[in-house]
Design a protein around this ligand. Sequence first.
Ligand code: PXP
Length: 251
Amino acid sequence: MAMIPLGKLRLGVNIDHVATVRNARGSAYPEPVRAALLAQESGADGITAHLREDRRHISDSDIDGLMDALTVPLNFEMAATEEMQKIALRHKPHAVCIVPEKREELTTEGGLEVARQENKLAHFIAPIRDAGCRVSLFVAADIAQIDAAHRIGADIVELHAGAYCDLFHEEKFEQSKAQLERLREMSAYAHSLGLEVHAGHGFTYDTVKPVAEFPEVMELNIGHFIIGEAIFVGLPAAMKKMIDLMNEARK
Ligand code: PXP
């Protein structure tokens, strides 16, 4: 395979957990849109927000506000439901990232099952692509899922990095390394099919560099850790350190 030039790696900042803090008290603050604007000012290449079916963090009006206020692209995360499809088609964000969603989960636990619902998803994403949005599918680093994403015409696969990151922080380093190798192989494979490759879920300062080194990966979407770290150092400083690590990995 031809060598891939190491292009800039984009950082998408996920602001869901600003809304989590707001909603814990049912207050009007902290405002996710304000955080998104600060992230944009501080070097975010995009903003990600997940409008969940149960609206546990991001609300419909947050999405309205983000669409009005942002100058960087919005990556609108959503489940493959009719309700969400209508919202996506009304807003036409830069990108729509389809994720699996279970009410009882704490976070997006696994990748989207594309292979077993190829027809359904093909029909689901077609109008979203026709509306001019880029379609991203959040999948496990698994060849069957990537093949299916490619067949149904997705523009992007976002590889679920959660297992790699969680195992690292549980100090199961051998298993974490095995997950990292899967991410490496599947990034190269997805890229060879012509898919744009993103990665996300669970990244911290300790886990970001090995994935940022993969030349096929063009974007990382990071939320929980950056928002948590912002409590101690502020959002611009938390982001700066993450961006510096990403850039070091690309050298
Ligand atoms: N990418 C996707 C598709 C996600 O669902 C999430 C979590 O909402 C993220 C990235 C960000 O993950 P984290 O908040 O763990 O950084």
